[in-house]
Design a protein around this ligand. Structure first.
Ligand SMILES: Nc1ncnc2c1ncn2[C@@H]1O[C@H](COP(=O)(O)OP(=O)(O)OP(=O)(O)O)[C@@H](O)[C@H]1O
Ligand SMILES: [Mg+2]
Length: 263
């Protein structure tokens, strides 16, 4: 868990940098293509910080409908709007004393960007429909696979928030720029996958595999799909980096799992 596998010099330098700043409260902006490890790094930052006794919090801006985002982030008071029958605590308050990842921050609506900037400056929030300011002590990590600078130029991202986030920018290099990591990660994904298959593939268990997979879907599906995606990833589109035997083994496991799980 939270192990960042790499043999790449640039990545190692980034990890060193993170080790140095993890214990501070500095906001960190993680930029990188899909699959480069932004979430992994944000969990690593949390794990290396003095906040690691508390739970790590994350919210994916792109996954929450725009009209719910504000109350997800800041919570709301009872009666704040129709249906607000009781007070709800938002992510910023939940993550008090801990770390909050704002994932896909490029998708944050401009009005909320202003509110986030305020949290960064004042260390306090207001719940929707509330009047008091509530102090919060949150370490923010923001992640994006888009070019925020470009979005600023297009007027879709606030310049002031951008510069505030840029305090400590970490640009995660794609795999095509660190080819020596490809085999390492390929082996890691394959072994995780093999372990999982071995665990569930005891004699007579095949018939139970699908239900048991579904039961643990949230735990396994994502890493599994990511493993599959990794194999097809644009980042590694040139498959000649991988030896044929590895590809054959991987293809075998992926095919087997697809059959067992999805059919
Ligand atoms: N260097 C690495 N070492 C170990 N695992 C890694 C590494 N890089 C990526 N992974 C794994 O690959 C998967 C994708 O990584 P992660 O979710 O952190 O990427 P991401 O940048 O957040 O991608 P997205 O933009 O699609 O959300 C995860 O299962 C993660 O644990
Ligand atoms: Mg991610």
């Amino acid at each position: 868990m939270n192990i960042i596998y790499t043999q790449n010099y640039k990545m190692k330098k980034l990890i060193e940098l993170i080790d140095k700043v993890a214990s501070s409260r500095a906001t960190i902006l993680l930029q990188g293509e899909s699959g480069t490890g932004k979430e992994l790094f944000s969990r690593y930052i949390h794990a290396k910080s003095a906040r690691n006794n508390n739970k790590f919090y994350a919210i994916n801006t792109a996954a929450v409908p725009e009209n719910l985002l504000e109350s997800e982030l800041f919570g709301f008071e009872k009666g704040a709007f129709t249906g607000a029958s009781q007070r709800k605590i938002g992510k910023f308050e939940q993550a008090n004393g801990s770390t909050l990842l704002l994932d896909e921050i490029s998708e944050m609506p401009l009005v909320l960007q202003a509110k986030i900037l305020r949290v960064l400056q004042e260390n306090e929030i207001e719940r929707v429909g509330g009047t008091e300011s509530i102090p919060v002590n949150v370490r923010l990590v923001a992640a994006t696979n888009r070019n925020l600078g470009e979005l600023v130029k297009e007027g879709k991202f606030r310049e002031d928030l951008y510069y505030r986030l840029l305090g400590l920018p970490i640009a995660l290099p794609p795999l095509r720029d660190r080819k020596n990591d490809i085999m390492l990660l390929a082996d890691f994904f394959l072994s995780t996958f093999v372990k999982w298959v071995e665990r569930v593939l005891t004699p007579n268990s095949v018939q139970y595999l699908r239900p048991s997979f579904l039961k643990h879907e949230s735990k396994y599906k994502l890493p599994f799909l990511r493993g599959v995606r990794f194999a097809h990833n644009r980042q590694t589109s040139n498959k000649t980096y991988l030896p044929k035997t590895w590809l054959r083994d991987r293809a075998y496991f992926v095919a087997m799992a697809y059959d067992l799980i999805f059919q």
